[in-house]
Design a protein around this ligand. Structure first.
Ligand SMILES: *Cc1c(COP(=O)(O)O)cnc(C)c1O
Length: 352
């Protein structure tokens, strides 16, 4: 007889992008334009590889449980503020914060449409999830957000938002912080590509700013996430986090990435110039984006169909039909290397 599992896990979990090697096999292209996961398209620098390689000499030992080296590097290079880390990306930070803050039946508010991990992790904690729909142009409806989030234990707001690219002004975040009783988790996975900054809000006792080395720093494969938290929350976070969450190879490479910001700066300029060109040349409506991707509306073509047509041309992009609150004609396209972007611009003009 099969043992029972929780009903939450009879359905679907996280929806992953299609595999580039499967698409390569199906289509015969030897290189696929990988524009579905918002990654940094450039390979890691020699300094990062060297640091990772050197750390291999110590993998017989457990890593430093407090991850002191990378926390120091973050304080030196990003913000000098209390910071916690996770070895399964910002996804791991989100799970830990939920573990520490949310008990079964507690309310968790989520702005929609957005990244799916908040809802999945809140469901795992048996929370009551409240989705708060954004305005028609995908900007945040601040009054509706406050109304839905005011008595939630924890609320999630993503800026720039995945998948819309919409950036929330700092004054709006401030108004939210002052009018809710629980925590606000501000997901800033793409903030380096935007013109907004929330540093001045870190004095609030109910703000957590989630960040990651997976996107602009190009370390998606090493799964390093972190968050700036109020000083008083460091202790509870450390009590809840999975022990030895960040491994020593990831930590060493992460420190090297943080200490060598030239690569990140080069990527940001590359993204900004291509984002402009995408806005001008894509023959469909393109939403204004503060991130390293754009959301396009391919109507009347269904997004699943557009994605299939592009796959046949060796281009992998993300259909957003699985994002609740978004409809069936939105496609998210990451900004990749020059050849990938050129191939996409050629392909998108042929959609029918
Ligand atoms: C990619 C992403 C993350 C986290 O990525 P990790 O690889 O887990 O650090 C978090 N939030 C959003 C909105 C993302 O797109």
């Amino acid at each position: 007889m099969k043992p029972q599992i929780r009903s939450e896990y009879n359905g679907k979990g996280y929806v992953y992008a299609a595999s580039a090697s499967d698409i390569a096999k199906e289509t015969g292209f030897d290189k696929i334009a990988r524009l579905a996961s918002n990654e940094n398209p450039f390979e890691p620098s020699p300094a990062i590889r060297k640091a990772a390689q050197e750390a291999l000499a110590y993998i017989n030992r457990y890593p430093d449980p407090s991850s002191a080296k990378i926390r120091e590097a973050i304080r030196r290079n990003i913000y000098d503020a209390p910071v916690v880390v996770s070895g399964s990306g910002m996804d791991g930070v989100i799970e830990t914060v939920i573990r520490v803050v949310v008990a079964p039946g507690d309310k968790v508010a989520v702005a929609a449409p957005t990244f799916s991990v908040y809802g999945l992790a809140a469901k795992a904690a048996s929370a009551e999830i409240v989705n708060i729909q954004s305005k028609e142009d995908f900007t945040i409806d601040v009054d509706a957000f406050i109304e839905g989030a005011k008595d939630a234990k924890l609320s999630f707001l993503c800026t720039p938002n995945n998948p819309t690219g919409t950036t929330v002004p700092a004054e709006d975040v401030k108004r939210i912080l002052e009018n809710i009783s629980g925590f606000l988790f501000l997901d800033c996975a793409y903030i380096e590509f935007a013109d907004e900054d929330y540093y001045q809000l870190l004095s609030y006792d109910n703000l957590i700013i989630g960040r990651t080395l997976s996107k602009v720093y190009g370390l998606a494969g090493l799964r390093i996430g972190y968050a700036f938290v109020p000083e008083w929350f460091v202790g509870p976070y450390m009590a809840g986090v999975t022990p030895f969450s960040l491994n020593c190879v990831s930590e060493a490479a992460g420190v090297a990435a943080l200490e060598n910001p030239e690569c990140k700066d080069a990527l940001v300029s590359h993204v900004r110039s291509w984002r402009k060109r995408f806005g001008e040349e894509i023959p469909f409506p393109v939403l204004p984006s503060g991130a390293n991707f754009v959301l396009i509306n391919t109507a009347p073509i269904k997004s699943d169909d557009a994605v299939k047509q592009l796959q046949k041309m060796g281009i992998l992009v993300r259909s957003c039909s699985s994002f609740p609150g978004l409809g069936e004609t939105y496609v998210r396209v990451s900004i990749g290397d020059d050849w990938e972007n050129e191939r996409f611009l050629e392909g998108v003009k042929k959609l029918c």
